[in-house]
Ligand binder design. Structure first.
Ligand code: BGC
Length: 353
């Protein structure tokens, strides 16, 4: 039997089928869409200034391992201390479709471009350890860097309440270097005001790129300039402290001049044991890297970061922040703080003895 469909029947069947068809397509898209979000691995881009200082390798390894444990994939790029390269690498990670960018900026201002590019694609940005200025990062996680500077200078002043102090900062483009200087001056101001201490060597106060070699050169110049009349060097991290100690060794002054630091680098811990570096400031890297990994995954999921219980102004906005506590370390509490925390082994720290 030949079944003939007349025009009316055709219109009826089409008008009943069309909505069903649309519903079918909608449901399939929804299902696929849902499956897509739940199955899709979160992709995190970690954009690093450089890996030169020992700590950054630990930051990278711990962050990556923790994020992977949470089911995310991590792409790491290091810019070898070049801000332009860092911006290019970040653009590249944005193109690769990362869900979140975690940035350790080489330059606190130049990196604002990274935030803008990421936000244009709906990608959240975490400023890791160093603040990104003049932009709207979604989170800042760091240690209290002003307090790090305070702890450095306070310690040296306690040991040497009178004399000539040389302040050697880190890279001037790093927001942390500025905060450290503020903290150092906060500790020293009363002694400067009453004339107990003097600051020497105007204009030699920053180690460009946190470079130990630049620190060595600047320390040598200052020693020449003052005829070796230096009592304490407030070096802003352990790498630059290493350069300073080398300059002091050249004048047979190592151990007689107080030197501060930061990071508890293995070599710095060994110098503290030996007596050529006075102190360092320990910042538990496991803590910051783990917190940052959890925050990155949470931001990728669109969650709010409960632990960001304070804000830090970056010149444009009050950035939600997690600020961790640094610890003063000298030869008396090195074992208790650094070794006990598993940062270095007892054997490695005391190797040179
Ligand atoms: C970090 C220090 C580090 C320095 C050089 C600073 O921003 O806070 O821990 O030693 O950069 O890399």
């Amino acid at each position: 039997m030949i079944c003939k469909i007349n025009q009316k029947q055709k219109r009826v069947s089409l008008s009943t089928l069309l909505p069903l068809f649309i519903i079918l397509i909608y449901c399939t898209t929804m299902l696929l869409g849902c499956a897509d979000t739940s199955d899709k691995k979160i992709k995190i881009g970690l954009s690093m200034d450089s890996l030169r200082v020992e700590r950054w390798q630990k930051d990278r390894d711990i962050f990556k391992a923790e994020a992977e444990k949470l089911g995310a994939e991590v792409i790491v790029q290091s810019a070898d201390g070049d801000p332009l390269k860092q911006n290019e690498q970040a653009e590249n990670m944005i193109t690769q479709g990362v869900d979140v960018l975690v940035v350790i900026p080489e330059d606190s201002v130049a990196s604002s471009q990274i935030v803008e590019s990421a936000h244009a694609e709906g990608i959240k940005v975490i400023a890791y350890d160093r603040l990104i200025r003049d932009s709207e990062p979604d989170l800042y996680i760091s240690f209290d860097n002003e307090q790090v500077g305070y702890l450095q200078a306070e310690y040296l002043l306690r040991k040497k309440p009178k004399g000539n102090f040389f302040l050697l900062g880190g890279d001037p483009g790093d927001n942390n270097a500025q905060l450290l200087r503020e903290g150092q001056l906060r500790a020293l101001q009363p002694a400067l005001d009453n004339g107990n201490i003097q600051l020497v060597a105007d204009g030699k106060h920053w180690a460009v790129g946190w470079d130990p070699l630049d620190a060595l050169n600047k320390a040598e110049q200052v020693l020449t300039l003052t005829n070796n009349q230096i009592d304490a060097v407030v070096a802003s991290n352990d790498g630059t402290a290493g350069g300073v100690v080398q300059a002091l060794e050249g004048q047979n002054l190592a151990g007689n001049v107080l030197v501060s630091g930061q990071d508890a680098d293995l070599e710095a811990c060994q110098r503290i044991v030996k007596g050529t570096q006075t102190m360092t400031v320990y910042k538990p890297i496991r803590l910051i890297a783990t917190e940052a990994a959890h925050a990155a995954v949470a931001l990728a999921k669109g969650e709010t970061i409960q632990k960001a219980d304070q804000t830090v102004n970056n010149g444009k906005i009050d950035v939600p922040s997690i600020i961790l506590t640094p610890i003063q370390v000298d030869k008396d509490n090195l074992d208790e703080v650094v070794i006990k925390d598993g940062y270095h082994s007892q054997e490695d720290v005391y190797k040179s003895e």
